[in-house]
Write a protein that binds this ligand. Sequence first.
Ligand SMILES: [Zn+2]
Length: 313
Amino acid sequence: MAVFEVGENLFVVDLFEGARPFRSSAYFIRGPEPTLIETGSSNGHTYLIDGLKELGYTPQDLKHIVVTHAHLDHAGGAGLMMRSAPDAVLHAHPRAARHLIDPSRLDAGTRAVYGNAMDALYGPLLPVPSDRVVVQEDGSVLELGNGRNLTFYDTPGHAKHHMCVFDNVTRGIFSGDTVGIRYWPQRTGWDFFFGFPTTSPSDFDPDVMLASLDKLERLNPEVVYHTHFGPTRPAAQAFDFSRRGVYAIQNIIAGLKDDADPSLVEQQLLEHMKHEVAHLAHPVEDFSELGLDINLNAQGIIVYMQKKKAGKL
Ligand SMILES: [Zn+2]
């Protein structure tokens, strides 16, 4: 199942990140102005084209492409998709737009986290022509016709260049990486859904993330559309697991020395997750599918602690 309907004229397309299902998605809004939310990385491009085709569309039909933030698993394929979609404009956060137009810093920053595995993980990173980028400020609205509109909200915490997008028709939020990751049973091999925040480098800030969660929940959303992966309905469940995770991270940080080793942070995150899962009455031992995320989360927590110590938050 690579494409499925999640709301009125709204579909999720599985991008098969790392050739695996239920990890990363894009959303497609059908209507007078066909709109894509997220492109995934360049490696997801053919899956995205196939998904659109399954819905009876081609990239040439697209009028709008929205990316929640500049990270490569969300927007790394934006340059490639814009070449395939000549009639589309790209909507981005003010801080993300410049990195999409000139991806050199994005390339260097990503390489610093992933090393040269980056190329295999994400594929090429192509620039987007500046005259096709629309910068969306906090609170700005995009009309899609037929009474549908999207409102953009500045939501730092995971990344300073992150925005979330509210859909008035389904009262849903396209949350990017701000309202956690929803781990599907099809991904983990477990028999239940699990949720946890994503705190990867280099902008993670727990206090700022909590403020963004509050800001989004004040919109009274009914559903959260995660990029990783699919919808959480009711939305309150996603806010709940995200907050619980951030509180746990704050506790971990409070108990760490300034020069803590990332492996110690990983170990404590894993302990916390095992505890959470046991609390849900689903004891499991195999957390291997979460290994990469736990590693990235630990790195992001360490970077936060270092920045805080240096007064550079
Ligand atoms: Zn992501």
